[in-house]
Design a protein around this ligand. Structure first.
Ligand code: DGT
Ligand code: MG
Ligand code: MG
Ligand code: MG
Ligand code: MG
Length: 268
């Protein structure tokens, strides 16, 4: 077919092919979730419904899209790691980013009511996205460690902050002043001595965030089948193994996780 005289406009499209042999990481983050959390009555500092909904959306992204080897999420963000060798959409950054973000955002709205039973969704939430390439396994591990360290630092701060406000009746400004210049040890000490809380006993999901990895799981379902020599249908149990994106709330900064799941970083 002859090309139209308009075809030349294609040349204006920028090439955004991701460099070969690099891990492609797509991170999304809720837009103005400070306000979104307030308006939807999220509990402070952690809302289980919101965190579980984020993970449900991330599982949907992993199941619907190609080549994602793992994901890590905390607060209003999730990072998705694509295979080094992925050639999905010819490695175009815009495709990775927009498919991840749009699938996640539509899932957030679609699954909202399953997690927030009595809380209607008041307005459409948005998410930003970015793509970053990491050339070495160490760079990738350091990236994920950075996000998990961020989770830890913020969660420790927020846990003490909201204790001071909710239990000790400090105003947010007073709580902020009280925490100014304190180190992790000081915050642990405030939690322990003033609120009898051992930070290490706080839920792992809050302290470590959520890692999603592919795992084989056995599923037993009941099926109605009709056997050839019998007239009536019968209920039978069918067991099958499925590969699912399974949530873990573990440390990914140390070596143990990577030694336990070497297939994540393995090529192919
Ligand atoms: P942005 O990302 O620049 O558009 O602005 P924000 O407001 O989304 O800021 P960000 O992403 O740095 O911080 C996440 C906000 O989301 C933070 O203000 C607290 C809120 N948030 C996330 N998870 C929870 C939760 O479980 N409970 C509550 N109360 N708030 C949460
Ligand atoms: Mg921000
Ligand atoms: Mg945000
Ligand atoms: Mg955030
Ligand atoms: Mg199309």
């Amino acid at each position: 077919m002859a090309k139209s005289k308009f075809e030349y406009v294609r040349d204006f499209e920028a090439d955004d092919t991701c460099l070969p042999n690099c891990w492609v990481v797509t991170r999304l983050d809720g837009r103005n979730f400070h306000r979104f959390a307030e308006q939807h009555g999220f509990s402070k500092p952690n809302d289980d419904r919101a965190l579980h909904l984020m993970t449900k959306c991330a599982q949907t992204v992993m199941q619907e899209l190609e080549d994602i080897v793992m994901a890590y999420g905390q607060s209003d963000e999730y990072s998705f790691v694509f295979k080094k060798k992925s050639n999905w959409f010819k490695r175009r950054a815009s495709k990775f980013m927009t498919h991840v973000v749009s699938q996640f955002a539509s899932s957030y709205v679609f699954y909202w009511k399953d997690y927030f039973k009595d809380q209607p969704l008041l307005y459409p939430p948005g998410f930003d996205g970015r793509v970053v390439l990491y050339p070495s396994n160490q760079n990738l591990k350091d990236y994920l460690s950075w996000r998990q360290a961020d989770c830890h630092v913020n969660n420790l701060y927020n846990t003490v902050f909201w204790m001071l406000v909710q239990r000790s009746g400090l105003t947010p400004v007073q709580a902020q002043d009280r925490l100014k210049g304190t180190l992790a040890g000081d915050k642990n000490e405030i939690l322990f001595s003033e609120f009898n809380i051992n930070y290490n006993n706080e839920p792992l999901m809050y302290r470590k965030g959520t890692v999603l990895i592919w795992q084989k799981v056995n599923e037993v379902t009941t099926k109605r089948i009709k056997l050839p020599k019998e007239s009536e249908e019968k209920e039978v149990e069918v067991a099958r193994t499925r590969t699912k994106a399974v949530p873990l709330h573990c440390d990914i900064i140390g070596d143990q996780f990577w030694e336990e799941y070497p297939e994540i970083l393995a090529d192919s």
